[in-house]
Design a binder for this molecule. Structure first.
Ligand SMILES: [Zn+2]
Ligand SMILES: [Zn+2]
Length: 345
């Protein structure tokens, strides 16, 4: 089968690889119908994910059809259309039982697919702990509608869930990339009084204005003043930092009102400064990433009910054999790209 493979720092290559096989009774083999490219794939390519193993198939956002299941798998059957979770988790350890599945103590717990074990920018993928890692897609939900459930949408859902948002709140979301927009969609479900999105790219500002006209939009340089003008108590009640740029961590806590919740969803390239003297007396609560991806069934239910729609994020489509071209566009942010669907048909 074709599989997009991490060769070494700076180099991915489409290779012919053997089709994966069941290794454990809790595994499933999924025939990938659609996958996508995530900025975390680029982090691997650029060498900023030290745990990534050269030689693995990359890709951790995908949907497909169950092809084969191990004897111990009970929640899915051959022929089921499924979403695949970015995280591998056992469902039984201390952390899993409390919903902190990102911290599952299994040796492959957390983000393993497409990083430490073979992922889904391929024709087939082996999914460990299939009862946890796969969710059945309702018949009325298309593959494209479900494509982001296991990764970026799970992240947005989790970020909104842990941020204690109420209907009286002004919520600031920093960053309107794919994860930022997924976060926005999930924050909207909480019906806060105001949502402000801060983004620097003109194209992405235009995207937010076009699709979500009820949302206020500002740019990084004007953000703090804008938030002060559009909030009731000297800053946002909740801030979600999804950008991960040079100055956005500082911007996040600076735009928060006293006693606000600041949720850091972003993955940074460098350490960030936490200048406690500057924020003394502000009594902030910080929450940090990464995602506990255990809400996929609920997210699929919301998609089925028409309450979440991420299909506008898919701006480009490529067949797997042209994935190189897709990476070129995604990596260089060409042609207004937000997300690319890689099709296996
Ligand atoms: Zn990802
Ligand atoms: Zn676990």
């Amino acid at each position: 089968m074709l599989a997009y493979t991490y060769i070494e720092q700076g180099k991915f290559e489409l290779q012919e690889r053997p089709k994966p096989e069941i290794k454990d009774s809790r595994d499933a083999i999924v025939r990938v119908t659609l996958s996508s490219i995530c900025s975390s794939d680029l982090h691997i390519k650029h060498g900023s994910v030290p745990r990534a193993v050269p030689g693995i198939t990359v890709g951790h956002e995908m949907v497909g059809v169950v092809e084969e299941v191990g004897d111990a798998v009970t929640s899915v059957r051959c022929g089921d259309r499924v979403t695949v979770n970015v995280e591998t988790f056992c469902g039984e350890c201390f952390f899993c039982k409390r919903g902190y599945v990102n911290n599952c103590i299994d040796s492959n717990g957390g983000w393993a697919l497409g990083c430490r074990i073979d992922g889904g920018q391929a024709e087939y993928v082996r999914v460990p702990y299939a009862d946890q890692g796969l969710n059945r897609i309702p018949d009325t939900v298309s593959d494209e509608q479900a494509l982001f459930v296991g990764d970026v949408l799970a992240t947005g859902f989790w970020a909104a869930r842990i941020s204690n948002i109420s209907e009286k709140d002004t919520v600031l979301i920093i960053g309107a990339g794919p994860t930022g927009i997924c976060t926005l969609l999930c924050v909207m479900l909480k019906k806060p009084r105001r949502i402000i999105v801060c983004e620097k790219s003109i194209e992405r500002i235009r995207f937010v204005r076009e699709h979500y006209p009820q949302v206020l939009v500002t740019e990084p340089e004007k953000c703090k003043d804008f938030v002060l003008q559009n909030s009731d108590y000297g800053g946002a009640d909740v801030v979600l930092e999804v950008a991960g740029s040079e100055d956005t961590f500082r911007l996040a806590w600076d735009c928060a009102r006293p006693n606000a919740v600041v949720t850091v969803v972003a993955l940074y390239d460098k350490p960030q400064l936490l200048p406690l003297p500057d924020m003394y007396g502000k009594n902030l609560t910080f929450k940090t990433g990464g995602v506990d991806g255990c809400d996929c069934a609920e997210i699929l239910r919301l998609i089925e009910a028409g309450e979440i729609d991420t299909t506008p994020l898919i701006t480009h489509r490529f067949p797997l054999h042209k994935i190189e071209e897709a990476y070129h566009i995604f990596e260089n942010k060409l042609d207004g790209v937000i997300k690319i669907a890689i099709e296996n048909r």
